[in-house]
Design a protein around this ligand. Sequence first.
Ligand code: DGL
Length: 267
Amino acid sequence: MDNRPIGIFDSGIGGLTAAKVLEELLPREDIIYFGDSGRNPYGGRSRAELVKLSGEDADFLAGMGVKAILAACGTTSTNAMPELRRSRPDMPFFDVLDAPCLRVCDVTKSGRVAVIATEATIRTGAYERRLKELDGGLDVFSLACPEFAGMVERGHFRSGDPIAEDAVERALAPLRRYGADTLLLGCTHFPLLSDIIARVLGGITQVSAGAEAAAKLSGELAAARLLSERSERGRHDYYTSGDPAVFAAGAEIFLGHAVEPKRHIIT
Ligand code: DGL
Protein backbone atom coordinates (compact mmCIF):
# COMPACT_ATOMS: atom_id res chain seq x y z
CA MET A 1 0.00 0.00 0.00
CA ASP A 2 1.26 3.46 -0.87
CA ASN A 3 -0.58 6.67 0.01
CA ARG A 4 1.60 8.96 -2.08
CA PRO A 5 -0.04 10.76 -5.03
CA ILE A 6 0.04 9.66 -8.67
CA GLY A 7 1.70 12.22 -10.97
CA ILE A 8 0.43 13.01 -14.46
CA PHE A 9 1.88 15.47 -16.94
CA ASP A 10 1.16 16.73 -20.43
CA SER A 11 1.93 19.79 -22.52
CA GLY A 12 -1.41 21.23 -21.38
CA ILE A 13 -4.99 20.11 -20.78
CA GLY A 14 -4.79 17.02 -23.04
CA GLY A 15 -3.61 14.73 -20.25
CA LEU A 16 -6.88 15.40 -18.46
CA THR A 17 -8.29 12.72 -20.78
CA ALA A 18 -6.22 10.32 -18.68
CA ALA A 19 -6.76 12.10 -15.35
CA LYS A 20 -10.54 11.96 -15.76
CA VAL A 21 -10.52 8.17 -16.19
CA LEU A 22 -8.07 7.73 -13.33
CA GLU A 23 -10.25 9.86 -11.04
CA GLU A 24 -13.20 7.60 -11.87
CA LEU A 25 -11.33 4.29 -11.54
CA LEU A 26 -9.31 5.19 -8.45
CA PRO A 27 -11.40 7.71 -6.49
CA ARG A 28 -9.31 7.33 -3.33
CA GLU A 29 -6.01 8.22 -4.97
CA ASP A 30 -4.40 11.64 -4.69
CA ILE A 31 -3.43 12.96 -8.11
CA ILE A 32 -1.04 15.76 -9.00
CA TYR A 33 -1.49 16.98 -12.55
CA PHE A 34 0.96 19.25 -14.33
CA GLY A 35 -0.03 20.82 -17.66
CA ASP A 36 2.86 22.60 -19.35
CA SER A 37 0.53 24.97 -21.22
CA GLY A 38 3.10 27.78 -21.03
CA ARG A 39 5.36 25.78 -23.38
CA ASN A 40 2.62 24.20 -25.50
CA PRO A 41 2.55 22.85 -28.15
CA TYR A 42 5.09 20.05 -27.89
CA GLY A 43 4.15 18.50 -31.22
CA GLY A 44 6.39 20.62 -33.46
CA ARG A 45 9.52 20.25 -31.33
CA SER A 46 12.69 18.23 -31.88
CA ARG A 47 13.35 15.03 -29.95
CA ALA A 48 16.13 16.74 -27.97
CA GLU A 49 13.76 19.51 -26.87
CA LEU A 50 11.11 16.97 -25.92
CA VAL A 51 13.57 15.02 -23.79
CA LYS A 52 14.50 18.23 -21.96
CA LEU A 53 10.94 19.50 -21.45
CA SER A 54 9.54 16.11 -20.41
CA GLY A 55 12.46 15.61 -18.01
CA GLU A 56 11.66 18.93 -16.34
CA ASP A 57 7.96 18.05 -16.10
CA ALA A 58 8.83 14.70 -14.49
CA ASP A 59 11.32 16.40 -12.13
CA PHE A 60 8.57 18.71 -10.89
CA LEU A 61 6.25 15.78 -10.14
CA ALA A 62 9.01 13.70 -8.57
CA GLY A 63 9.82 16.69 -6.34
CA MET A 64 6.18 16.64 -5.18
CA GLY A 65 6.69 13.09 -3.90
CA VAL A 66 4.62 11.08 -6.39
CA LYS A 67 4.76 7.27 -6.44
CA ALA A 68 4.41 6.89 -10.23
CA ILE A 69 4.33 9.18 -13.24
CA LEU A 70 2.04 8.93 -16.26
CA ALA A 71 3.40 10.80 -19.29
CA ALA A 72 -0.10 11.54 -20.56
CA CYS A 73 1.28 12.93 -23.78
CA GLY A 74 1.66 10.99 -27.01
CA THR A 75 4.53 13.21 -28.09
CA THR A 76 6.53 12.50 -24.92
CA SER A 77 5.54 8.82 -24.96
CA THR A 78 6.98 8.33 -28.45
CA ASN A 79 10.04 10.58 -28.13
CA ALA A 80 11.36 10.69 -24.60
CA MET A 81 10.51 7.59 -22.54
CA PRO A 82 13.93 5.88 -22.55
CA GLU A 83 15.57 9.06 -21.23
CA LEU A 84 12.87 9.63 -18.64
CA ARG A 85 13.20 6.07 -17.34
CA ARG A 86 16.99 6.26 -17.31
CA SER A 87 16.96 9.55 -15.40
CA ARG A 88 14.91 8.05 -12.54
CA PRO A 89 15.34 4.28 -12.46
CA ASP A 90 13.32 3.99 -9.23
CA MET A 91 10.26 5.81 -10.51
CA PRO A 92 7.57 3.75 -12.27
CA PHE A 93 6.86 5.60 -15.54
CA PHE A 94 3.79 4.94 -17.69
CA ASP A 95 3.18 6.09 -21.25
CA VAL A 96 0.20 6.36 -23.59
CA LEU A 97 1.59 4.15 -26.36
CA ASP A 98 0.97 0.49 -25.65
CA ALA A 99 -2.50 0.38 -24.07
CA PRO A 100 -4.36 2.16 -26.89
CA CYS A 101 -2.65 -0.01 -29.51
CA LEU A 102 -3.93 -3.12 -27.72
CA ARG A 103 -7.43 -1.65 -27.64
CA VAL A 104 -7.33 -0.85 -31.38
CA CYS A 105 -6.43 -4.49 -32.11
CA ASP A 106 -9.35 -5.61 -29.94
CA VAL A 107 -11.98 -3.42 -31.55
CA THR A 108 -11.13 -3.29 -35.25
CA LYS A 109 -13.21 -5.57 -37.43
CA SER A 110 -11.97 -4.59 -40.87
CA GLY A 111 -8.27 -4.40 -39.89
CA ARG A 112 -8.16 -1.00 -41.57
CA VAL A 113 -7.16 1.47 -38.86
CA ALA A 114 -5.84 5.01 -38.61
CA VAL A 115 -3.69 6.97 -36.17
CA ILE A 116 -3.82 10.72 -35.76
CA ALA A 117 -1.28 12.50 -33.57
CA THR A 118 1.15 15.41 -33.50
CA GLU A 119 3.87 15.84 -36.08
CA ALA A 120 6.60 14.80 -33.63
CA THR A 121 4.69 11.60 -32.81
CA ILE A 122 3.91 10.61 -36.39
CA ARG A 123 7.56 11.28 -37.31
CA THR A 124 8.66 8.46 -34.97
CA GLY A 125 6.26 5.91 -36.53
CA ALA A 126 5.90 4.46 -33.01
CA TYR A 127 2.13 3.89 -32.98
CA GLU A 128 2.13 2.34 -36.44
CA ARG A 129 5.07 0.10 -35.53
CA ARG A 130 3.47 -1.09 -32.31
CA LEU A 131 0.14 -1.78 -34.01
CA LYS A 132 1.84 -3.89 -36.67
CA GLU A 133 3.88 -5.76 -34.04
CA LEU A 134 0.63 -6.64 -32.30
CA ASP A 135 -1.16 -7.59 -35.52
CA GLY A 136 0.86 -7.92 -38.71
CA GLY A 137 -2.36 -8.02 -40.78
CA LEU A 138 -3.43 -4.45 -39.99
CA ASP A 139 -3.49 -1.70 -42.60
CA VAL A 140 -2.47 1.47 -40.77
CA PHE A 141 -2.86 5.02 -42.05
CA SER A 142 -0.94 7.63 -40.01
CA LEU A 143 -1.78 11.29 -40.19
CA ALA A 144 -0.23 14.27 -38.40
CA CYS A 145 -2.68 16.95 -37.26
CA PRO A 146 -0.32 19.74 -36.22
CA GLU A 147 -3.01 22.37 -35.58
CA PHE A 148 -5.19 20.45 -33.14
CA ALA A 149 -3.35 20.59 -29.79
CA GLY A 150 -2.74 24.36 -29.85
CA MET A 151 -6.31 24.95 -30.96
CA VAL A 152 -7.68 22.87 -28.06
CA GLU A 153 -5.41 24.77 -25.63
CA ARG A 154 -6.92 28.02 -26.89
CA GLY A 155 -10.38 26.69 -26.00
CA HIS A 156 -11.59 25.72 -29.48
CA PHE A 157 -12.88 22.18 -29.10
CA ARG A 158 -16.61 22.22 -28.53
CA SER A 159 -19.05 20.98 -31.11
CA GLY A 160 -20.27 23.96 -33.13
CA ASP A 161 -17.08 26.02 -32.60
CA PRO A 162 -16.44 27.22 -36.18
CA ILE A 163 -12.63 27.25 -35.81
CA ALA A 164 -12.53 23.68 -34.50
CA GLU A 165 -15.15 22.39 -36.94
CA ASP A 166 -13.28 23.84 -39.89
CA ALA A 167 -9.84 22.61 -38.76
CA VAL A 168 -11.08 19.05 -38.14
CA GLU A 169 -12.98 18.93 -41.42
CA ARG A 170 -9.87 20.04 -43.38
CA ALA A 171 -7.31 17.91 -41.53
CA LEU A 172 -9.30 14.67 -41.64
CA ALA A 173 -10.30 14.83 -45.31
CA PRO A 174 -7.68 12.20 -46.30
CA LEU A 175 -9.11 9.85 -43.68
CA ARG A 176 -12.60 10.05 -45.11
CA ARG A 177 -11.28 8.58 -48.33
CA TYR A 178 -9.26 5.87 -46.52
CA GLY A 179 -12.27 4.34 -44.76
CA ALA A 180 -10.83 3.01 -41.47
CA ASP A 181 -13.20 1.46 -38.93
CA THR A 182 -11.04 2.44 -35.92
CA LEU A 183 -9.18 5.67 -35.14
CA LEU A 184 -6.45 5.87 -32.52
CA LEU A 185 -6.26 9.38 -31.05
CA GLY A 186 -2.52 9.32 -30.40
CA CYS A 187 -2.42 12.81 -28.94
CA THR A 188 -4.15 13.24 -25.62
CA HIS A 189 -5.61 16.59 -26.64
CA PHE A 190 -7.61 15.04 -29.47
CA PRO A 191 -10.44 13.34 -27.49
CA LEU A 192 -11.64 16.85 -26.63
CA LEU A 193 -12.49 17.05 -30.34
CA SER A 194 -14.29 13.68 -30.31
CA ASP A 195 -17.77 14.97 -31.09
CA ILE A 196 -16.52 16.91 -34.09
CA ILE A 197 -14.38 13.97 -35.26
CA ALA A 198 -17.44 11.70 -34.98
CA ARG A 199 -19.46 14.06 -37.14
CA VAL A 200 -16.72 14.38 -39.77
CA LEU A 201 -15.85 10.67 -39.93
CA GLY A 202 -19.25 9.10 -39.28
CA GLY A 203 -19.34 5.76 -37.48
CA ILE A 204 -15.63 5.28 -36.80
CA THR A 205 -14.65 3.84 -33.37
CA GLN A 206 -12.37 6.28 -31.55
CA VAL A 207 -9.71 5.02 -29.13
CA SER A 208 -8.31 7.57 -26.67
CA ALA A 209 -4.63 7.12 -25.83
CA GLY A 210 -5.05 8.85 -22.46
CA ALA A 211 -8.13 6.91 -21.35
CA GLU A 212 -6.63 3.53 -22.26
CA ALA A 213 -3.35 4.36 -20.56
CA ALA A 214 -5.15 5.42 -17.38
CA ALA A 215 -7.02 2.11 -17.26
CA LYS A 216 -3.74 0.23 -17.65
CA LEU A 217 -2.04 2.33 -14.95
CA SER A 218 -4.88 1.66 -12.55
CA GLY A 219 -4.61 -2.11 -13.10
CA GLU A 220 -0.85 -2.13 -12.72
CA LEU A 221 -0.82 -0.09 -9.52
CA ALA A 222 -3.42 -2.45 -8.05
CA ALA A 223 -1.42 -5.52 -9.10
CA ALA A 224 1.76 -4.05 -7.57
CA ARG A 225 -0.18 -3.26 -4.35
CA LEU A 226 0.69 0.40 -4.73
CA LEU A 227 -2.77 1.84 -4.20
CA SER A 228 -3.71 4.06 -1.29
CA GLU A 229 -5.29 2.40 1.74
CA ARG A 230 -7.37 5.44 2.70
CA SER A 231 -11.15 5.30 2.61
CA GLU A 232 -11.88 8.97 1.87
CA ARG A 233 -11.82 10.53 -1.59
CA GLY A 234 -8.43 11.54 -2.95
CA ARG A 235 -7.21 15.09 -3.48
CA HIS A 236 -6.67 16.37 -7.00
CA ASP A 237 -4.16 19.16 -7.42
CA TYR A 238 -3.66 20.83 -10.78
CA TYR A 239 -0.65 22.91 -11.78
CA THR A 240 -0.07 24.76 -15.01
CA SER A 241 2.82 26.75 -16.44
CA GLY A 242 0.28 28.74 -18.47
CA ASP A 243 -2.56 31.02 -17.43
CA PRO A 244 -4.49 29.28 -14.61
CA ALA A 245 -7.78 30.91 -15.71
CA VAL A 246 -7.43 29.58 -19.26
CA PHE A 247 -6.45 26.13 -17.96
CA ALA A 248 -9.42 26.12 -15.56
CA ALA A 249 -11.88 27.12 -18.28
CA GLY A 250 -10.87 24.23 -20.57
CA ALA A 251 -10.50 21.75 -17.72
CA GLU A 252 -13.90 22.50 -16.23
CA ILE A 253 -15.71 21.96 -19.52
CA PHE A 254 -13.95 18.67 -20.05
CA LEU A 255 -13.93 17.32 -16.48
CA GLY A 256 -17.40 18.58 -15.64
CA HIS A 257 -16.31 20.01 -12.28
CA ALA A 258 -14.51 23.10 -11.01
CA VAL A 259 -10.73 23.09 -10.71
CA GLU A 260 -8.41 25.63 -9.12
CA PRO A 261 -5.07 25.24 -10.87
CA LYS A 262 -1.96 26.75 -9.33
CA ARG A 263 0.72 28.39 -11.42
CA HIS A 264 4.05 26.61 -11.70
CA ILE A 265 6.65 27.99 -14.06
CA ILE A 266 9.61 25.82 -14.97
CA THR A 267 12.73 27.95 -15.14
N1 DGL B 1 -1.07 16.22 -25.63
C1 DGL B 1 0.13 16.01 -26.31
C2 DGL B 1 0.24 14.71 -27.01
O1 DGL B 1 -0.41 13.79 -26.56
C3 DGL B 1 0.91 17.12 -26.89
C4 DGL B 1 0.32 17.99 -27.88
C5 DGL B 1 1.19 19.15 -28.17
O2 DGL B 1 1.54 19.88 -27.24
O3 DGL B 1 1.51 19.37 -29.35
O4 DGL B 1 0.95 14.54 -27.97
